[in-house]
Design a protein around this ligand. Structure first.
Ligand code: 3HC
Length: 330
Protein backbone atom coordinates (compact mmCIF):
# COMPACT_ATOMS: atom_id res chain seq x y z
CA UNK A 1 0.00 0.00 0.00
CA UNK A 2 2.72 2.49 0.96
CA UNK A 3 5.99 1.35 -0.46
CA UNK A 4 8.35 -0.85 -2.44
CA UNK A 5 8.22 -4.26 -0.90
CA UNK A 6 10.98 -5.74 -3.00
CA UNK A 7 13.74 -4.66 -0.64
CA UNK A 8 13.61 -7.30 2.03
CA UNK A 9 13.39 -11.01 2.41
CA UNK A 10 12.95 -12.58 5.80
CA UNK A 11 16.09 -13.29 7.87
CA UNK A 12 17.04 -16.35 5.84
CA UNK A 13 20.61 -17.33 4.80
CA UNK A 14 21.84 -15.94 1.47
CA UNK A 15 22.52 -18.68 -1.07
CA UNK A 16 25.92 -20.28 -0.23
CA UNK A 17 26.62 -17.73 2.48
CA UNK A 18 25.10 -19.55 5.44
CA UNK A 19 28.31 -19.28 7.47
CA UNK A 20 28.62 -15.56 6.87
CA UNK A 21 24.90 -15.14 7.40
CA UNK A 22 25.32 -16.82 10.79
CA UNK A 23 28.17 -14.40 11.62
CA UNK A 24 26.00 -11.47 10.55
CA UNK A 25 23.06 -12.71 12.61
CA UNK A 26 25.36 -13.13 15.64
CA UNK A 27 26.62 -9.54 15.31
CA UNK A 28 23.03 -8.25 15.11
CA UNK A 29 21.92 -10.45 18.03
CA UNK A 30 24.87 -9.13 20.05
CA UNK A 31 23.84 -5.55 19.22
CA UNK A 32 27.14 -4.91 17.40
CA UNK A 33 27.67 -2.48 14.54
CA UNK A 34 27.84 -3.63 10.91
CA UNK A 35 30.57 -1.73 9.05
CA UNK A 36 31.02 -1.23 5.27
CA UNK A 37 33.80 -3.87 5.12
CA UNK A 38 31.54 -6.48 6.77
CA UNK A 39 29.56 -9.03 4.80
CA UNK A 40 25.84 -8.28 4.90
CA UNK A 41 22.73 -9.85 3.32
CA UNK A 42 21.74 -8.12 0.08
CA UNK A 43 18.32 -7.40 1.57
CA UNK A 44 19.90 -5.61 4.56
CA UNK A 45 22.00 -3.52 2.16
CA UNK A 46 19.00 -2.70 -0.02
CA UNK A 47 16.91 -1.64 2.99
CA UNK A 48 19.64 0.69 4.21
CA UNK A 49 20.16 2.16 0.74
CA UNK A 50 16.42 2.80 0.54
CA UNK A 51 16.13 4.40 3.99
CA UNK A 52 19.39 6.37 4.08
CA UNK A 53 18.93 7.70 0.54
CA UNK A 54 15.36 8.82 1.28
CA UNK A 55 16.55 10.39 4.51
CA UNK A 56 19.17 12.33 2.55
CA UNK A 57 16.60 13.35 -0.08
CA UNK A 58 14.36 14.62 2.75
CA UNK A 59 17.13 16.82 4.08
CA UNK A 60 17.83 18.56 0.78
CA UNK A 61 14.19 18.93 -0.24
CA UNK A 62 13.49 20.16 3.31
CA UNK A 63 15.71 23.20 2.59
CA UNK A 64 13.01 24.63 0.29
CA UNK A 65 10.09 25.54 2.60
CA UNK A 66 12.32 27.47 5.01
CA UNK A 67 14.73 28.70 2.34
CA UNK A 68 11.79 30.58 0.82
CA UNK A 69 11.61 32.69 4.02
CA UNK A 70 15.26 33.75 4.30
CA UNK A 71 14.69 36.99 2.34
CA UNK A 72 11.54 37.69 4.37
CA UNK A 73 12.81 37.02 7.90
CA UNK A 74 11.54 39.76 10.26
CA UNK A 75 14.99 40.69 11.62
CA UNK A 76 18.68 40.28 10.88
CA UNK A 77 18.96 37.91 13.85
CA UNK A 78 16.14 35.67 12.54
CA UNK A 79 17.64 35.80 9.05
CA UNK A 80 21.05 34.72 10.34
CA UNK A 81 19.54 31.86 12.35
CA UNK A 82 17.44 30.69 9.40
CA UNK A 83 20.41 30.81 7.00
CA UNK A 84 22.40 28.68 9.45
CA UNK A 85 19.56 26.17 9.78
CA UNK A 86 18.96 25.78 6.04
CA UNK A 87 22.71 25.41 5.51
CA UNK A 88 22.75 22.70 8.21
CA UNK A 89 20.03 20.76 6.37
CA UNK A 90 22.13 20.75 3.21
CA UNK A 91 25.04 19.43 5.27
CA UNK A 92 22.83 16.70 6.75
CA UNK A 93 22.03 15.63 3.20
CA UNK A 94 25.76 15.42 2.39
CA UNK A 95 26.51 13.32 5.51
CA UNK A 96 23.70 10.95 4.59
CA UNK A 97 24.60 10.64 0.89
CA UNK A 98 28.15 9.87 2.05
CA UNK A 99 26.86 7.25 4.49
CA UNK A 100 24.78 5.76 1.67
CA UNK A 101 27.76 5.62 -0.69
CA UNK A 102 29.52 3.29 1.79
CA UNK A 103 26.86 0.75 0.75
CA UNK A 104 28.19 0.76 -2.79
CA UNK A 105 25.83 3.18 -4.49
CA UNK A 106 26.60 6.32 -6.48
CA UNK A 107 25.24 9.69 -5.35
CA UNK A 108 24.33 10.71 -8.90
CA UNK A 109 22.27 7.53 -9.24
CA UNK A 110 20.45 8.27 -5.97
CA UNK A 111 19.63 11.78 -7.18
CA UNK A 112 18.40 10.34 -10.49
CA UNK A 113 16.06 8.09 -8.52
CA UNK A 114 14.80 11.10 -6.53
CA UNK A 115 14.35 13.24 -9.64
CA UNK A 116 12.66 10.37 -11.44
CA UNK A 117 10.22 9.72 -8.58
CA UNK A 118 11.72 6.27 -7.92
CA UNK A 119 12.73 7.22 -4.39
CA UNK A 120 10.80 9.22 -1.81
CA UNK A 121 11.44 12.08 0.56
CA UNK A 122 9.54 12.92 3.72
CA UNK A 123 5.87 13.75 3.21
CA UNK A 124 6.11 16.79 5.49
CA UNK A 125 8.02 18.81 2.92
CA UNK A 126 5.10 18.73 0.51
CA UNK A 127 3.18 21.20 2.68
CA UNK A 128 3.59 24.96 2.05
CA UNK A 129 5.25 27.38 4.49
CA UNK A 130 2.63 30.15 4.20
CA UNK A 131 3.62 32.56 7.01
CA UNK A 132 6.65 33.37 9.16
CA UNK A 133 5.02 31.39 11.97
CA UNK A 134 5.34 28.30 9.75
CA UNK A 135 9.12 28.61 10.10
CA UNK A 136 8.56 28.33 13.86
CA UNK A 137 6.16 25.40 13.49
CA UNK A 138 8.59 23.61 11.19
CA UNK A 139 11.43 24.06 13.68
CA UNK A 140 9.37 23.06 16.73
CA UNK A 141 7.30 20.22 15.21
CA UNK A 142 9.15 18.96 12.12
CA UNK A 143 12.65 19.13 13.56
CA UNK A 144 11.25 17.97 16.89
CA UNK A 145 9.77 14.88 15.19
CA UNK A 146 12.99 14.37 13.26
CA UNK A 147 14.96 14.41 16.52
CA UNK A 148 12.62 11.83 18.07
CA UNK A 149 13.21 9.56 15.08
CA UNK A 150 16.91 10.30 14.66
CA UNK A 151 17.96 9.84 18.31
CA UNK A 152 16.81 6.24 17.94
CA UNK A 153 18.77 5.94 14.68
CA UNK A 154 21.97 6.88 16.56
CA UNK A 155 21.79 3.24 17.70
CA UNK A 156 21.17 1.84 14.22
CA UNK A 157 23.09 -1.37 13.52
CA UNK A 158 24.78 0.13 10.44
CA UNK A 159 27.82 2.11 11.66
CA UNK A 160 28.08 4.95 9.13
CA UNK A 161 24.35 5.76 9.42
CA UNK A 162 24.41 5.73 13.23
CA UNK A 163 27.49 7.99 13.33
CA UNK A 164 25.97 10.46 10.85
CA UNK A 165 22.93 10.63 13.13
CA UNK A 166 24.98 11.61 16.18
CA UNK A 167 26.31 14.72 14.41
CA UNK A 168 22.92 15.53 12.87
CA UNK A 169 21.04 15.26 16.16
CA UNK A 170 23.30 17.85 17.78
CA UNK A 171 22.39 20.36 15.06
CA UNK A 172 18.70 19.39 15.05
CA UNK A 173 18.34 20.35 18.72
CA UNK A 174 19.34 23.93 17.77
CA UNK A 175 16.79 23.77 14.92
CA UNK A 176 14.01 22.69 17.26
CA UNK A 177 14.85 25.34 19.88
CA UNK A 178 14.92 28.22 17.40
CA UNK A 179 11.50 27.13 16.10
CA UNK A 180 10.11 26.95 19.63
CA UNK A 181 11.48 30.45 20.31
CA UNK A 182 9.83 31.88 17.18
CA UNK A 183 6.46 30.43 18.22
CA UNK A 184 6.87 31.54 21.84
CA UNK A 185 7.64 35.10 20.70
CA UNK A 186 4.61 35.18 18.40
CA UNK A 187 2.27 33.47 20.89
CA UNK A 188 3.18 36.12 23.48
CA UNK A 189 2.99 38.98 20.98
CA UNK A 190 -0.02 40.78 19.51
CA UNK A 191 -3.33 38.92 19.07
CA UNK A 192 -2.64 38.78 15.31
CA UNK A 193 0.79 37.23 15.94
CA UNK A 194 -0.69 34.66 18.34
CA UNK A 195 -3.36 33.83 15.74
CA UNK A 196 -0.63 33.35 13.08
CA UNK A 197 1.26 30.98 15.39
CA UNK A 198 -1.89 28.98 16.19
CA UNK A 199 -2.76 28.73 12.49
CA UNK A 200 0.72 27.35 11.72
CA UNK A 201 0.47 24.73 14.47
CA UNK A 202 -3.01 23.79 13.25
CA UNK A 203 -1.64 23.12 9.75
CA UNK A 204 1.60 21.34 10.72
CA UNK A 205 0.55 19.12 13.65
CA UNK A 206 -1.02 16.18 11.76
CA UNK A 207 1.53 16.18 8.88
CA UNK A 208 4.32 16.16 11.51
CA UNK A 209 2.81 13.05 13.12
CA UNK A 210 2.76 11.38 9.70
CA UNK A 211 6.55 11.82 9.46
CA UNK A 212 6.88 8.74 11.69
CA UNK A 213 5.40 6.59 8.92
CA UNK A 214 2.17 4.62 8.56
CA UNK A 215 0.61 2.78 11.51
CA UNK A 216 2.61 -0.28 12.56
CA UNK A 217 0.00 -2.66 11.14
CA UNK A 218 0.35 -0.97 7.74
CA UNK A 219 4.15 -0.70 7.71
CA UNK A 220 5.67 -3.27 5.32
CA UNK A 221 9.26 -2.61 6.41
CA UNK A 222 9.16 -2.12 10.17
CA UNK A 223 9.27 -5.71 11.40
CA UNK A 224 12.32 -6.58 9.31
CA UNK A 225 14.06 -3.27 10.02
CA UNK A 226 13.58 -3.85 13.73
CA UNK A 227 14.85 -7.44 13.46
CA UNK A 228 18.01 -6.03 11.84
CA UNK A 229 18.44 -3.30 14.46
CA UNK A 230 17.97 -0.57 11.85
CA UNK A 231 14.82 0.62 13.57
CA UNK A 232 14.89 0.53 17.36
CA UNK A 233 11.26 1.54 17.90
CA UNK A 234 8.16 1.15 15.78
CA UNK A 235 6.47 4.03 13.93
CA UNK A 236 3.62 4.17 16.45
CA UNK A 237 5.96 4.03 19.46
CA UNK A 238 7.96 7.05 18.28
CA UNK A 239 4.78 8.90 17.26
CA UNK A 240 3.35 8.33 20.75
CA UNK A 241 6.54 9.58 22.41
CA UNK A 242 6.42 12.69 20.26
CA UNK A 243 2.79 13.41 21.18
CA UNK A 244 3.55 12.89 24.89
CA UNK A 245 6.50 15.31 24.61
CA UNK A 246 4.65 17.96 22.56
CA UNK A 247 1.52 18.43 24.69
CA UNK A 248 3.28 20.07 27.68
CA UNK A 249 5.45 22.11 25.28
CA UNK A 250 2.30 23.47 23.59
CA UNK A 251 1.03 24.48 27.04
CA UNK A 252 4.24 26.46 27.67
CA UNK A 253 3.78 28.11 24.27
CA UNK A 254 0.18 29.00 25.12
CA UNK A 255 -1.00 27.30 21.93
CA UNK A 256 -3.46 24.45 21.48
CA UNK A 257 -2.94 21.28 19.45
CA UNK A 258 -5.65 20.70 16.79
CA UNK A 259 -6.93 17.34 18.02
CA UNK A 260 -10.23 17.22 19.97
CA UNK A 261 -9.48 13.61 21.01
CA UNK A 262 -6.16 14.52 22.65
CA UNK A 263 -6.39 13.64 26.35
CA UNK A 264 -4.22 12.02 29.02
CA UNK A 265 -4.98 8.35 29.58
CA UNK A 266 -3.96 7.38 33.10
CA UNK A 267 -4.24 3.67 32.39
CA UNK A 268 -1.91 3.84 29.39
CA UNK A 269 0.33 6.52 30.87
CA UNK A 270 0.20 8.29 27.50
CA UNK A 271 -1.94 10.83 25.63
CA UNK A 272 -4.70 9.36 23.51
CA UNK A 273 -5.00 11.13 20.17
CA UNK A 274 -7.38 11.15 17.22
CA UNK A 275 -7.02 9.14 14.01
CA UNK A 276 -4.80 10.64 11.30
CA UNK A 277 -5.94 10.91 7.67
CA UNK A 278 -3.94 8.04 6.12
CA UNK A 279 -5.62 8.55 2.78
CA UNK A 280 -4.06 12.04 2.71
CA UNK A 281 -0.71 10.47 3.68
CA UNK A 282 -0.96 7.93 0.84
CA UNK A 283 -1.81 10.73 -1.64
CA UNK A 284 1.09 12.92 -0.49
CA UNK A 285 3.73 10.17 -0.63
CA UNK A 286 2.51 9.09 -4.05
CA UNK A 287 3.10 12.60 -5.42
CA UNK A 288 -0.28 14.26 -4.95
CA UNK A 289 0.49 16.64 -2.06
CA UNK A 290 0.09 20.44 -2.08
CA UNK A 291 3.72 21.14 -3.11
CA UNK A 292 5.14 17.93 -4.61
CA UNK A 293 5.41 19.26 -8.18
CA UNK A 294 6.95 22.59 -7.09
CA UNK A 295 9.49 20.93 -4.77
CA UNK A 296 10.64 18.52 -7.46
CA UNK A 297 10.87 21.05 -10.29
CA UNK A 298 12.88 23.39 -8.04
CA UNK A 299 15.14 20.51 -6.96
CA UNK A 300 15.81 19.43 -10.55
CA UNK A 301 16.48 23.00 -11.66
CA UNK A 302 18.91 23.52 -8.77
CA UNK A 303 20.70 20.31 -9.73
CA UNK A 304 20.97 21.43 -13.34
CA UNK A 305 22.12 24.93 -12.34
CA UNK A 306 24.81 23.37 -10.17
CA UNK A 307 26.22 21.11 -12.90
CA UNK A 308 29.04 23.56 -13.73
CA UNK A 309 30.19 23.56 -10.09
CA UNK A 310 30.38 19.77 -10.02
CA UNK A 311 32.22 19.70 -13.34
CA UNK A 312 34.72 22.32 -12.15
CA UNK A 313 35.31 20.46 -8.89
CA UNK A 314 35.83 17.17 -10.75
CA UNK A 315 38.22 18.80 -13.26
CA UNK A 316 40.21 20.36 -10.42
CA UNK A 317 40.33 17.03 -8.54
CA UNK A 318 41.51 15.23 -11.70
CA UNK A 319 44.23 17.85 -12.25
CA UNK A 320 45.38 17.54 -8.64
CA UNK A 321 45.47 13.75 -8.91
CA UNK A 322 47.52 13.95 -12.15
CA UNK A 323 49.97 16.38 -10.51
CA UNK A 324 50.34 14.06 -7.50
CA UNK A 325 51.16 11.17 -9.85
CA UNK A 326 53.71 13.33 -11.72
CA UNK A 327 55.44 14.27 -8.49
CA UNK A 328 55.41 10.64 -7.31
CA UNK A 329 56.91 9.51 -10.64
CA UNK A 330 59.65 12.20 -10.72
N1 3HC B 1 7.19 10.37 4.01
C1 3HC B 1 7.44 9.70 2.86
N2 3HC B 1 7.44 8.35 2.79
C2 3HC B 1 7.20 7.67 3.91
C3 3HC B 1 6.97 8.30 5.15
C4 3HC B 1 6.96 9.71 5.16
N3 3HC B 1 6.71 10.40 6.27
N4 3HC B 1 6.78 7.35 6.10
C5 3HC B 1 6.89 6.16 5.46
N5 3HC B 1 7.13 6.37 4.16
C6 3HC B 1 7.27 5.34 3.13
C7 3HC B 1 8.49 4.47 3.34
O1 3HC B 1 9.64 5.06 2.75
C8 3HC B 1 8.06 3.20 2.63
O2 3HC B 1 8.11 3.42 1.23
P1 3HC B 1 9.30 2.77 0.33
O3 3HC B 1 9.19 1.27 0.48
O4 3HC B 1 9.01 3.27 -1.07
O5 3HC B 1 10.60 3.32 0.90
C9 3HC B 1 6.59 3.13 2.97
O6 3HC B 1 6.15 4.47 3.25
C10 3HC B 1 6.26 2.19 4.13
O7 3HC B 1 6.65 2.80 5.34
P2 3HC B 1 7.43 1.95 6.44
O8 3HC B 1 7.10 2.50 7.77
O9 3HC B 1 7.20 0.49 6.22
O10 3HC B 1 8.92 2.29 6.01
P3 3HC B 1 10.21 2.46 6.95
O11 3HC B 1 10.40 1.24 7.79
O12 3HC B 1 11.30 2.88 6.06
O13 3HC B 1 9.82 3.65 7.97
C11 3HC B 1 10.51 5.94 8.26
C12 3HC B 1 9.61 4.96 7.48
C13 3HC B 1 10.06 5.96 9.71
C14 3HC B 1 10.40 7.33 7.62
C15 3HC B 1 11.95 5.41 8.17
O14 3HC B 1 12.28 5.26 6.80
C16 3HC B 1 12.96 6.34 8.81
O15 3HC B 1 13.09 6.36 10.02
N6 3HC B 1 13.71 7.09 7.98
C17 3HC B 1 14.77 7.91 8.50
C18 3HC B 1 14.26 9.23 9.01
C19 3HC B 1 13.77 10.09 7.88
O16 3HC B 1 13.84 9.78 6.73
N7 3HC B 1 13.24 11.23 8.24
C20 3HC B 1 12.70 12.12 7.23
C21 3HC B 1 12.66 13.46 7.76
S1 3HC B 1 14.24 14.19 7.65
C22 3HC B 1 13.93 15.66 8.30
O17 3HC B 1 12.93 15.84 8.89
C23 3HC B 1 14.95 16.73 8.17
C24 3HC B 1 14.97 17.58 9.38
O18 3HC B 1 16.17 18.30 9.40
C25 3HC B 1 13.84 18.53 9.39
Amino acid sequence: MYGNHDTETALVPDEGDSERQAEFDALIADDQRIEPRDWMPDAYRRTLIRQVAQHAHSEIIGMQPEGNWITRAPSLRRKAILIAKVQDEGGHGLYLYSACETLGVDREDLLDRLHGGRQKYSSIFNYPALTWADVGAIGWLVDGAAIMNQVALCRCSYGPYARAMIRICKEESFHQRQGFEILHTLAHGTPAQKEMAQDAVNRFWAPALMMFGPPDDASPHSAQSMAWGIKRFSNDELRQRFVDMSVPQAEVLGLSLPDPDLRWNDERGHYDSGELDWDEFARVISGDGPCNAQRMSRRIRAHEDGAWVREAAQAYAAKQAARTLEVAAS
